[in-house]
Design a protein around this ligand. Structure first.
Ligand SMILES: [Zn+2]
Length: 211
């Protein structure tokens, strides 16, 4: 599937008002064979008993990491006219860096300023997980989550902040272990209105007991 096909697919999912998880087809057998080839190329003895099951385990692991769980994005009318920020803080997530196939992991803070509709709080975590289960870069993941909320809810504002440690950087000594990369995508009033923006950023800022 090309990058363009992929984009179209994602737009369709949003337009349908729900997400289905069948945009990627994983050829399990081919992944197993490739994992065995990789082990061999890395100088490993693929006939050793300890490695016997490794290609299958590798294929299972990648399949799991790259298969999003479908869910229905149920929204509700904002009958009470709630007009303050709604923020889900410190949603844990992990994803796979598309440049190195190594994990990056951290927390997402996702918020919006409601308009006509609101969404169940648990869905904010589900949408983070949905887009995380992909070959990703952190910037793209951040904007995909924000774009999805914007399309799905048409709120007055959207804010997404991701803090993540990239093993491709920290394990290779490019960055110190534990160093975090922070990305944000702000839309609507959360971007344009100084007071709302400040409130959102204060709500997502690290507090002293966060680690
Ligand atoms: Zn990387």
């Amino acid at each position: 599937m090309t990058v363009n096909d992929r984009r179209l697919d994602e737009l369709t999912l949003v337009e349908n008002g729900r997400i289905n998880g069948n945009h990627r087809r994983i050829d399990h057998g081919a992944v197993e064979r490739a994992a065995e080839d990789l082990l061999r190329a890395l100088g490993a003895d693929v006939d050793a008993e300890a490695l016997e099951e490794t290609p299958r385990r590798v294929a299972d692991a990648y399949a799991e990491l790259l298969t999003p769980h479908p869910f229905r994005a149920t929204t509700f009318p904002n009958d009470d006219g709630y007009d303050e920020l709604i923020v889900a803080r410190s949603i844990p997530f992990h994803s796979l860096c598309m440049h190195h196939l190594l994990p990056f992991h951290g927390v997402a803070h996702v918020g919006y300023l409601p308009g006509e509709r609101i969404i169940g709080l648990s869905k904010l975590g589900r949408v983070v997980e949905y887009f995380s289960r992909d070959l990703q870069i952190q910037e793209r993941l951040t904007t995909q989550i924000a774009g999805w909320l914007q399309c799905e809810l048409d709120p007055k504002g959207v804010g997404v902040v991701l803090e993540a440690e990239h093993l491709c950087m920290s394990l290779r000594g490019v960055q110190k272990l534990g160093a975090k990369t922070v990305t944000s995508a702000l839309r609507g009033l959360i971007r344009d209105d100084a007071r709302t923006r400040q409130e959102f950023l204060a709500l997502t800022a690290r507090t002293s007991h966060d680690q």
